[in-house]
Design a protein around this ligand. Structure first.
Ligand code: ZN
Length: 283
């Protein structure tokens, strides 16, 4: 394969890889949209369980108050009946106190019972509403799960088609080159292979050394940008575009001072190229 063939192949491959990466991301992201709804349903269920416990307790208290009220009532009635058969003032006073005490208790229990009944009714209304919400949200969640499963299986089908396309394009290409290429694409947001226009890398917008840009133009091997590692191919600039690039060049010269060291990492190709140049110069 000529350098030109490889470059053409890589440009085609870049499109395929970008689509693949986007799909892979979607496959990871799609199920995440469920998690907030799952959390909501869980929270509603927990809330319902807590309310239900409170409701059971409240019903228990309600029935206790009812029993105590009945007891106080019957105590009072019994004492009232005894009133018919008392003979002395002392007996009267004792019984009168008994009746008043029982009536007092009765009054208190009746009030407690009423409060408990109100609370039970309020909790019941609340729980019914809660139950309806839980059921509704759980049904919606189940529906969404099904549609997400469908969406995922569609995306996975698309992904295997793309992987087939990728396999066809990468046949006969150096696996190491492909590995590096895919890594740059992932790292640089899809810019694995870019044009050199007017001596400037179209990905990082740095000015390339003249001899290096020339080597790209002549197609002397698959070359990577020394600054951003993107693979480069040459693109002639149309007339009238030159001025724009001259301005760009002026701007980029400033950038040269700000390049971070790690941008230069793993650029053996460029180093080799420079060594070759200086060796040639010495000869
Ligand atoms: Zn670059």
């Amino acid at each position: 394969m000529t350098t030109e063939d490889i470059i053409d192949r890589l440009r085609e491959l870049q499109d395929v890889l970008c689509r693949k990466i986007a799909l892979e991301r979607e496959i990871i992201e799609i199920p995440k949209s469920l998690s907030s709804q799952e959390e909501l349903v869980l929270r509603l269920k927990q809330n319902y369980i807590a309310r239900n416990e409170e409701y059971v307790e409240c019903r228990q208290r309600e029935s206790e108050f009812r029993n105590m009220l009945l007891q106080a009532e019957s105590e009072r009635e019994k004492a009232e009946k005894k009133m018919d058969s008392i003979e002395t003032q002392r007996e009267y006073e004792a019984l009168d106190k008994e009746i008043k005490d029982a009536a007092n208790k009765e009054h208190n229990y009746r009030r407690d019972l009423q409060l408990a009944e109100q609370k039970v009714a309020a909790l019941k209304t609340d729980m019914d509403a809660n139950k309806e919400l839980v059921d509704q949200q759980a049904a919606e969640l189940a529906e969404r799960k099904i549609s997400i499963e469908e969406e995922l299986s569609e995306r996975n089908n698309q992904l295997s088609e793309i992987i087939n396309e990728e396999k066809k394009l990468t046949a006969n290409l150096d696996p190491e080159l492909i590995f590096k290429f895919e890594r740059i694409i992932r790292k640089k947001g899809g810019r694995g292979i870019v044009a050199v226009r007017g001596g400037v890398c179209n990905s990082c917008h740095m000015i390339l050394p003249v001899q290096f840009a020339n080597a790209v133009r002549l197609g002397s091997g698959v070359l990577s940008c020394p600054y951003c590692s993107s693979i480069l191919y040459y693109e002639e600039i149309a007339e009238g575009e030159e001025d724009f690039f001259n301005e760009e060049l002026a701007g980029s010269l400033v950038d040269l001072d700000n390049i971070e060291d790690d941008e230069f990492e793993e650029d053996e190709e460029f180093e080799e190229f420079e060594e070759k140049l200086s060796a040639e110069a010495e000869e």
